[in-house]
Write a protein that binds this ligand. Structure first.
Ligand SMILES: [Zn+2]
Length: 351
């Protein structure tokens, strides 16, 4: 987690570096898009340049306790502020906006269908944002798939044409990367690897099944198991990882159970998908080699005919969603405008 004070200082570089006499007219305009990542507790936003550079970053509380309408209004206001700031600071307005939201997302129709933690049902977010931003093209994406897009294209999976991104957090989700895009499935549910049953008849899951992967290998599941095994109700997954690293046998047992469940789930996924790279993110991946060394061994032990993918930690941390939202926005422009019209002065572009 980044220090908010550090972020806000970085947000205003020109405040400190702008020389006397500097004015907007002396700077050539900077082509950019607006990127927004809406989480259950916080929102991240950025202005992203054409080469993927983060020109400006900001964070704000989601404030979900104020109700779903107020959260939507905060998103619209936050985007409008960034729009104005981009125009003022970079000499031209943003060319598009991308926004990533949790829950069930209909990206085609631009609708946030359902988000339990935000109380949303059928919010036409793309249309609302487009209206607030003066008709700007807007792309809407699912948070994990959008983060996965960034990890696959500019993060840990860079250069992999087939990858699977699996964040291990409160739950376990997944993003299936195929040829530079993320597969959403026919109904927007593809990638829900956390609800693959790895222990039939096992622990009850909120989804209605028993023995789902996320009940054994999410950061929350490991926290619960370690709190019980250690007798310390406040102990969490990070404490368990530390105890594993120091050789505590009880911690090693808890950890290995999670690793085995995770390997079972991942092997099912890689049998179906044959990814080149398996990117593991989320809180549990912060344990580093304490997780990755036994995980690689457990996966290797299980595969027979399947090709082993590279198993790597995620590289972008909690900015993946925001960077991915920026990519969605740029993709929108690439789809809508042919290259030569978009960059008439680019010498690389030929007819
Ligand atoms: Zn489940």
């Amino acid at each position: 987690m980044r220090d908010p004070a550090f972020v806000s200082a970085r947000n205003n570089p020109r405040k400190w570096t702008r020389p006397f006499g500097w004015s907007r007219a002396t700077l050539s305009p900077v082509n950019h898009v607006i990127a927004l990542d809406v989480g259950g507790t916080g929102m991240k936003a950025a202005l992203v340049g054409a080469d993927g550079t983060l020109l400006h970053e900001a964070r704000r509380a989601t404030g979900r306790e104020r109700g779903p309408e107020a959260v939507v209004e905060t998103i619209l206001g936050f985007a409008a502020e960034l729009h104005a700031l981009g125009e003022e600071r970079y000499g031209e307005p943003a060319a598009a906006a991308g926004v990533a939201v949790p829950g069930i997302v209909d990206a085609e129709r631009g609708i946030a269908v359902y988000a339990a933690n935000l109380g949303w049902r059928d919010v036409p977010l793309r249309a609302l944002l487009g209206d607030r931003l003066g008709g700007l093209p807007v792309a809407l994406g699912h948070d994990v798939r959008t983060g996965g897009l960034a990890e696959g294209r500019i993060g840990a999976g860079r250069g992999a044409d087939r990858f699977l991104f699996v964040p291990l957090g409160t739950g376990i989700a997944g993003a299936i990367g195929i040829a530079d895009r993320i597969e959403a499935g026919a109904h927007g549910y593809a990638g829900e690897i956390g609800h693959i049953v790895v222990r039939p008849g096992g622990t009850d899951c909120g989804c209605g099944q028993r023995g789902c992967l996320e009940r054994y290998a999410s950061a929350s599941a490991v926290s619960l198991a370690w709190a019980e095994a250690s007798g310390d109700p406040g102990a969490d997954a990070a404490d368990c990882a530390k105890a594993v690293a120091s050789g505590d046998p009880a911690a090693v047992r808890v950890w290995q159970e999670a690793v085995d469940a995770l390997a079972d789930g991942l092997v099912t996924a890689l049998t179906l998908l044959d990814p080149r790279t398996l990117i593991i993110g989320g809180g549990l991946a912060e344990a580093g080699e304490t997780l990755f060394t036994p995980l690689r061994a457990a996966v290797e032990e299980r595969v027979t005919f399947q090709k082993l993918p590279a198993i790597v930690p995620a590289a972008l941390g909690d900015t993946a969603g925001c960077l991915g939202a920026g990519l969605l926005a740029w993709d929108l422009l690439a789809d809508r405008r042919p290259e030569p019209t978009q960059r008439p002065t680019d010498p690389e572009v030929s007819a």
